[in-house]
Design a protein around this ligand. Structure first.
Ligand SMILES: C[S@@+](CC[C@H](N)C(=O)[O-])C[C@H]1O[C@@H](n2cnc3c(N)ncnc32)[C@H](O)[C@@H]1O
Length: 324
């Protein structure tokens, strides 16, 4: 919020209160405070017609309480997260009891949506675990990406590595020769089974994997302090990257680095339909904002466009963050 005015004019504040002062809109604000949602999600959640929901959303967007952002063919909505409008929103939402009748029902339905989305991604990885290494190479120029990741990850000569969403353990293999200990976590048992087999072949006893969630508390892992944390092609599967990054920041050593690798924003819609992507790439602005929320700042960014002529591949971004 630095540099942002903390005050609002009388009319602006009144417009926000007016926009929110209606039962459906207050429910929408509570839902959008928790998750990015589409009009059709909200239509199903509140059991109201699409034109009605769209009208309410427009009023909330016009009042600056909700942000609309386009990702490929889909538009998502989310409650504003900073500035004077956020302060106003906190004033409206904080006193509400989330366990109260109607609100509790909305929150339970929201949890069901969140669960269904993560089940879908988990189902995808369960089905495709054995082909993951090949699938990953379809979309990116792998060698160039790995060279950049290695250079950026080794910038502070890390001793300990935490690889979040390790999948088949490729990042552990890549960094293994350069670190004393490396731990990968993943929610997919199928991916972990392959990672274990790969690490066994690799023969490095400092490298391990375990079942774990990027949203969880990592302080119980290996003393809970890591010089290097990697999130390689994971954020685009996540509902709430900001929470994952905040949890990771908790166990990042003071002089440590977090290296994030993901696709630049793109429009390959089939990745959402066929490969369970939750977002069509990630922008530098998003990484900056999620990082700032976790007390981190971006210190280096590299953009790796596909090699000439490789129209089937996507641009990959690598960001390096440290404590701010
Ligand atoms: C696209 S794969 C990337 C795997 C690996 N980092 C790589 O680049 O090869 C994404 C991985 O994130 C894992 N994942 C998704 N959501 C997760 C969560 N909430 N916690 C931990 N792992 C998660 C998936 O199971 C999957 O193995």
């Amino acid at each position: 919020m630095s540099g942002t005015s903390k005050t609002s004019g009388f009319e602006t504040h009144l417009a926000r209160l007016r926009a929110a002062g209606e039962p459906t809109r207050l429910r929408l604000l509570l839902l959008l405070d928790r998750l990015d949602l589409t009009v059709s999600d909200l239509t199903a959640l509140l059991n109201q017609s699409q034109p009605r929901i769209s009208r309410h959303l427009k009023a909330l967007v016009d009042a600056g309480l909700v942000r609309r952002f386009q990702e490929g063919a889909w538009a998502y909505f989310r409650a504003i997260d900073q500035g004077p409008a956020r302060m106003a929103l906190d004033g409206m939402l904080d006193p509400l009891d989330r366990d109260d009748g109607l609100i509790a029902e909305d929150m339970a339905k929201l949890d069901a949506i969140r669960q269904a989305r993560s089940d879908r991604a988990a189902g995808y990885f369960a089905q495709n675990a054995d082909q993951w290494n090949a699938i990953r190479a379809i979309h990116i120029a792998e060698d160039a990406v790995e060279t950049a990741v290695l250079e950026m990850g080794l910038a502070n000569t890390p001793k300990t590595l935490l690889d979040l969403g390790t999948g088949t353990g490729r990042m552990l293999e890549l960094f293994g020769p350069h670190v004393e200990r490396g731990t990968g976590i993943d929610t997919s048992r199928d991916m972990l089974a392959l990672a274990r087999a790969a690490l066994e072949r690799h023969g490095d006893r400092g490298l391990t994997v375990r079942l774990g969630d990027v949203y969880g508390d990592h302080s119980g892992i290996e003393g809970g302090s890591f010089n290097l944390i990697v999130l390689h092609q994971v954020l685009h599967f996540l509902e709430e990257p900001a929470i994952a990054m905040a949890q990771a920041a908790e166990v990042l050593a003071r002089d440590g680095r977090m290296v994030i690798v993901d696709f630049a924003p793109h429009s390959a819609e089939f990745l959402r339909d066929e490969h369970a992507h939750r977002r069509l790439g990630v922008s530098s602005a998003q990484v900056g904002a999620w990082g700032a929320g976790a007390g981190l700042k971006v210190v280096e960014t590299r953009r790796l466009p596909p090699p000439d002529g490789a129209r089937d591949k996507l641009t990959v971004m690598v960001w390096s963050l440290t404590a701010s």
